[in-house]
Write a protein that binds this ligand. Structure first.
Ligand code: UD1
Length: 344
């Protein structure tokens, strides 16, 4: 019997895909989520895929009493994967305190209770945003950390520092910091996927909604960047590939395979794809046209960033190898499922 894993934010986009992969690997999961940006019906989707309904606690991780109660109610938790965080860059500019409060208090509460309850390790969802606009691509884990351009990005940097300080102070647990590039797509079953509230801010949900006619057209933010086709370049990583890395990371800590008490990994494909390139890949994969126009640059956007994932490839034995076309087909199947269910 494998030990129980606590997944905070487990009904969210990346969290729900990770819960499925943990269950497939034999881990019992308890989710804590305040449902601020997700729906309890996600549990049905998880159950339909894996055949197992994860334990679920509706509570807010910023409430330390609720976190302590969860640990008492569900004994034997040995690992935590922390997805519970606010994640919209633009909103974080408007409501910085909300971001600092949610993201940092959640993390500090978890670290505090981990010390009390003999939890062995925590996987933290970090982001390539910590590299800012890199001087050189692809970025490695040693690339310089640049000053954050948003409160959201700052919470990721500060969170990495908090974990480092707590572990350096002698805390008896390990951590793996995973720096995600741009997670996209959905589970191939189309039972779970991304469910943005309101008008999507991120590229792929906007793109699939435009393809479906929910939005008039996708705005391509800028075609005058210093890139081959003039649009921005990112490293789009399939959400299921990303989810699998979390299982490897948690296992590594629980099996005492970590080489250091804190380890950092870039999670990306190593391929940079432009916005226009992604539209092209979607159209090729699905045969569906994406109405789009060129629009002005979006404030705060980075021109190009993609990962050197060699450390994750070599040390974790993990590779993000789902072809982008397959990821786009899954994103489209999910969008169609939302329509079928009358959600969108
Ligand atoms: C941002 C954050 C990242 C965060 C992610 C999730 C930064 C630097 N990056 O990534 O840390 O994890 O959001 O919220 O803060 N685009 C369009 N039209 C659209 C939407 C997007 O052309 O309607 C373009 C953008 O200009 C960008 C690319 O698509 O070049 C990807 O944008 P998006 O999906 O919003 O993610 P990032 O900004 O890369």
């Amino acid at each position: 019997m494998k030990p129980r894993i606590l997944v905070t934010g487990g009904t969210g986009y990346i969290g729900s895909h990770t819960v499925v992969e943990l269950q497939k690997a034999g881990y019992p999961v308890v989710i804590i989520d305040n449902l601020s940006n997700s729906n309890v019906k996600v549990l049905d989707g998880i159950e339909r895929i894996s055949g197992i309904r994860p334990d679920f606690v509706e509570a807010d991780c910023t409430d330390i009493a609720a976190v302590r109660k969860l640990f008492n109610d569900y004994p034997g938790i040995k690992g935590i994967i922390n997805f519970a965080a606010s994640k919209a860059v633009g909103e974080s500019m408007q409501k910085p305190l909300l971001y600092y409060r949610n993201n940092l208090n959640t993390l500090m509460n978890l670290l505090e209770v981990m010390g009390e309850k003999e939890v062995e390790g925590i996987v933290f969802s970090s982001s390539c945003t910590v590299y800012g606009e890199p001087d050189v691509n692809p970025v490695t884990e040693e690339s310089p950390i640049k000053k954050a351009t948003s409160p959201y990005g700052n919470t990721k940097q500060i969170s990495e520092e908090i974990i480092t300080d707590v572990i350096n102070s002698g805390a008896p647990f390990k951590s793996i910091l995973l720096r995600y590039f741009n997670p996209v797509g959905a589970h191939p079953s189309a039972e779970i996927g991304e469910l943005p509230n309101g008008v999507p801010q991120n590229l792929v949900p906007y793109l699939t909604q435009a393809a479906m006619g929910i939005r008039k057209e996708l705005s391509v933010f800028g075609d005058d960047y210093n890139t081959p086709d003039g649009s921005c370049i990112r490293d789009y990583i399939d959400v299921v590939d990303l989810a699998k890395a979390h299982v490897i990371a948690i296992e590594r800590m629980l099996d005492n395979k970590s080489e250091e008490q804190i380890e950092v990994f870039n999670l990306g494909t190593g391929n940079g794809v432009s916005v226009l390139g992604l539209i092209n890949a979607f159209e090729k994969a699905t045969g569906v046209k994406v109405p789009h126009k060129i629009a002005p640059r979006r404030a705060g956007d980075i021109e190009k960033v993609w990962a050197n994932p060699a450390r994750a490839n070599n040390v974790l034995g993990w590779v993000a190898d789902t072809p982008i076309e397959e990821t786009m087909r899954n994103a489209w199947a999910w969008q169609m499922k939302l329509r079928e269910r009358g959600i969108m």
